[in-house]
Ligand binder design. Structure first.
Ligand code: ATP
Ligand code: MG
Length: 432
């Protein structure tokens, strides 16, 4: 058998070797006619492209070609005869290269002496080859031109592939960095949340210890009056612990909503009934809670319990804001819950109070988890829960507050939750 590898390194002066591409262009000549090997070798003896010479690889059969191509995966061109071991050996080899080796880079030039066996039109259509040369008609010039054309497209494909790989590597690295950052941020947020929960629980525990201390001292003296005082302090502590645990539970449980068609007015009626009862019990006395509901309000799609919780939080805050304000003679605290339909399937619910209002500099904090201005009377959970619930519904929570005059929270929901979610995603994309 003849020598299978041969290199030529003649460089043309005017062509520069591009950066990143070095070495010789590899061309695999597959032909069972050794005369063709010899002729190709002498035709290409002086060939170079972009300052790189050729490394010619010779195979006398498709089987030999398979072996050589496996060893030289960076072969740029295959000059391929069709009829070798059998009539279709060359075409089957081309198929093997593309489908089994999955090599879509190497350029395949079919070079046949019997065009009848592999007619150009059907071969180009059915096999992924890149050119067709008839041996009888193949001049040195034609071979040169075909090889330069193929090397150019091979170079461009490889450059593109390298750019793709570089881009993908860069993309993967960024994704990984972002994932790590998000993970760290999440861990930090969890750490902070745990610290805040423990802080809240410790405050409550201190209150409970205070109650315990008062009761223990009172027991020594059989002081029933003091025992009552201690018990009151203890009861407040227990109720705050209940608020904390219920709030934390609300935060975690409204991830999965049970969306059904409900009347918002019905939710509000139920809340009003329970507020009036608790008003009577807890003696918040002269704060009026009124409703102004539009009876034509259509049903909307929402999770009943979640929206009940969200509204309840807003109303409790409104009542607290009224308790925090000193009213002029003849004035008193008032909370109004109003519903009305907007156009295009939107529903609006407003919770408005004439309480203390919110300081402009506090606006950015009020939705933060555990942020409260109520000291031992608040856990800072209500607005975080409410915002989360409304966002899970794809809705919007607007706020308008004037210090000393009152605050209005507006919940905006659409009758179709998917519409809300779509709207918010579009908005985020637009904003972001
Ligand atoms: N209607 C309102 N008027 C004035 N301030 C308000 C109003 N609603 C909320 N705020 C302010 O926002 C803060 C955070 O409210 P949020 O409901 O999250 O917690 P909280 O009411 O303090 O405690 P929790 O709801 O856990 O009992 C409140 O402490 C208060 O300062
Ligand atoms: Mg609250």
């Amino acid at each position: 058998m003849e020598e299978r590898e041969e290199s030529y390194s003649f460089y043309e002066e005017d062509e520069q070797q591009p950066e990143g591409q070095t070495g010789l262009w590899k061309i695999l000549i597959v032909d069972d006619d050794l005369e063709v090997h010899r002729a190709t070798r002498s035709s290409l003896a002086e060939f170079s492209f972009q300052g790189r010479g050729l490394l010619l690889l010779f195979a006398a059969s498709a089987a030999e070609a398979r072996k050589l191509l496996t060893e030289h995966g960076d072969t740029a061109i295959i000059l391929l005869d069709v009829v070798m071991e059998d009539d279709l050996a060359g075409l089957n080899f081309a198929k093997y290269v593309r489908e089994e080796l999955k090599n879509r880079f190497v350029r395949i030039l079919l070079r046949t002496g019997q065009p009848g066996i592999a007619p150009e039109k059907s071969v180009i259509v059915n096999y992924d080859i890149n050119g067709f040369l008839e041996k009888s008609d193949l001049t040195m010039q034609k071979l040169y031109t075909a090889i330069i054309t193929c090397l150019r497209s091979y170079r461009d494909i490889i450059d593109l592939e390298s750019a793709n790989i570089a881009l993908k590597t860069e993309f993967d690295m960024r994704m990984e960095a972002e994932r790590k950052m998000a993970e760290q941020a999440q861990q930090a947020a969890i750490g902070l949340a745990i610290a805040q929960i423990i802080h809240g629980a410790k405050n409550i525990l201190n209150a409970l210890k205070g109650g315990k201390y008062i009761i223990e001292s009172a027991l020594k003296d059989d002081n029933l009056e003091l025992i009552r005082k201690g018990w009151d302090v203890t009861k407040i502590g227990i109720s705050r612990m209940e608020d904390l645990t219920c709030g934390l539970l609300d935060l975690s449980r409204f991830n999965r909503l049970e969306i059904k068609s409900h009347s918002l007015n019905e939710v509000i009626k139920e809340i009003l009934a329970s507020c009036r009862n608790s008003q009577a019990c807890s003696g918040i006395g002269d704060i009026e809670i009124a409703a102004d509901m539009d009876n034509s309000l259509p049903e909307a799609m929402f999770d009943y319990k979640a929206i009940h919780t969200a509204l309840m939080n807003l109303i409790c805050n409104a009542v607290d804001a009224c308790k925090d304000k000193e009213y002029n003679e003849g004035e008193s605290g008032r909370v109004t819950i109003k519903t009305y339909p907007g156009g295009d399937g939107y529903t609006y619910v407003e919770v408005e109070d004439n309480g203390c209002g919110i300081k402009p500099e506090e606006m950015e904090n009020i939705f933060k988890l555990f942020y409260t201005t109520k000291h031992s009377n608040g856990n800072g959970l209500g607005l975080s829960i409410t915002k989360k619930i409304i966002e899970e519904h794809g809705g919007r929570l607007d706020i308008d507050s004037k210090l000393g005059r009152g605050t209005k929270f507006t919940i905006v929901l659409h009758k179709d939750r998917r519409h809300n979610l779509k709207y918010n995603t579009q908005k985020e994309n637009h904003d972001g």
